[in-house]
Design a protein around this ligand. Structure first.
Ligand SMILES: Cc1cc2nc3c(=O)[nH]c(=O)nc-3n(C[C@H](O)[C@H](O)[C@H](O)COP(=O)(O)OP(=O)(O)OC[C@H]3O[C@@H](n4cnc5c(N)ncnc54)[C@H](O)[C@@H]3O)c2cc1C
Length: 338
């Protein structure tokens, strides 16, 4: 366990915002996490959990404690003739887990390649990409209750996974330190290549037999070519969620915007492509001060260098109000503001 005072979080958030927290604590094990919250956490001050800070926007110095799990390891905990169950430590990088599982030929996580962040944060917003969400391979998680220091397991149903959502973004927000995630992977892969431009990327690659390692490489290629690298251009991936509207609203919008990009959820609701809306409003590449909408990715807000978190927040609010004015739809943030 390491406890540091007045610690800069500049390298702990992918927007690269230079803020300081009063105390920074790194924990190496579940036992340390329990010990820390029972005996050392200053409960008079606020606290936050942090992974890699790839889904956070700091708007000011944090006058409290920032807690980071740094435990490591992937462990096979069970298997049968079809599946394996893996326990991944919260402090591991998510993409290291994907790389490890693909090397072992355990299938299911490959479409989630190259998503930044740590394993412990992955279930919080039910990370998803290229037609797969962690919910599909999630088996359970282990956590320490911050109030009591008690160990607890959560299973799939309890997570209440939704689109970029789980119970840990709702009623259990900031109540637990997630210390490990259990994932159920397949020994016999079911390859998912219908989403986005996976197929066209595969056509450009030389390979003999399609397998999960090839799919992982295709996804890495696509993501590397279209997403800004946070180390070069600070960002937190998609800043907004794709809004969900009812049938009536969708058909009204379709009359005014015949090209509207929407996905039928087959339950009376439609998911609208927020990126299309921002682009259609002429905001792709729009820039103000040190902040901009990425020139190729309308859902990504970038720190062009030296932006403050407050500046990014105000910029995002301007985008929200322009979209509301044009489409009558409120964009909800995917990124958590602190
Ligand atoms: C370039 C880029 C591309 C991205 N692409 C995608 C994508 O394709 N799909 C997608 O879903 N997301 C994407 N994201 C968002 C981000 O990578 C994910 O949300 C990721 O899971 C965040 O992990 P993190 O470790 O950085 O968490 P942080 O940003 O540090 O924290 C996120 C939330 O998790 C909580 N938290 C963190 N660790 C713990 C813990 N151990 N216990 C309890 N709570 C914890 C935090 O308090 C916070 O509420 C992208 C981000 C970037 C920068």
């Amino acid at each position: 366990m390491e406890i540091l005072s007045n610690y800069s979080l500049k390298n702990y958030n992918t927007f690269g915002i230079d803020v300081v927290c009063k105390t920074f604590v790194s924990l190496q094990s579940q036992h340390e996490a329990s010990d820390y919250v029972k005996n050392k956490l200053d409960r008079t001050l606020p606290y936050i959990l942090i992974g890699e800070g790839s889904n956070l926007l700091f708007t000011k110095d944090f006058e409290g404690t920032t807690i980071q799990m740094q435990n490591k390891g992937f462990e096979l905990i069970d298997e049968n003739n079809k599946f394996v169950w893996i326990r991944a430590a919260a402090g591991e990088k998510w993409d290291d887990f994907v790389s490890w599982s693909v090397e072992k030929k355990y299938a299911g996580a490959e479409n989630l390649s190259k998503i930044p962040g740590n394993v412990g944060a992955a279930p919080i917003q039910n990370i998803g990409a290229y037609g797969v969400e962690i919910a599909e391979i999630f088996n359970g998680l282990e956590a320490i209750e911050i109030e009591t220091g008690k160990h607890r397991r959560f299973y799939l149903k309890e997570l209440k996974f939704g689109y970029r959502n789980s119970i840990f973004k709702q009623t259990l927000k900031n109540k637990y330190i997630i210390t490990a995630v259990m994932l159920k992977l397949n020994k016999f892969p079911f390859l998912k290549i219908d989403y986005g431009n996976i197929k066209s990327e595969l056509e450009t690659m030389a390979y003999e037999n399609l397998n999960i390692a090839i799919i992982r490489q295709a996804i890495i290629n696509i993501r590397s070519s279209k997403l800004p690298e946070p180390k070069e251009l600070g960002n937190a991936g998609s800043f907004f969620k794709n809004p969900v509207v009812d049938k009536q609203k969708h058909s009204n919008l379709k009359k005014s915007f015949p090209d509207l990009v929407a996905y039928d959820l087959n339950n009376g609701f439609f998911k609208l492509a927020a990126g299309w809306m921002i682009d259609h409003a002429g905001l792709k590449g729009y820039s103000k001060g040190n902040v901009a909408i990425h020139k190729n990715q309308a859902l990504i807000i970038v720190n062009q260098g030296g932006a403050s978190g407050q500046e990014i927040l105000e910029f995002s609010e301007e985008i929200q109000s322009k979209i509301l004015e044009m489409f009558g739809v409120k964009l909800e943030r995917e990124v958590s503001v602190i």
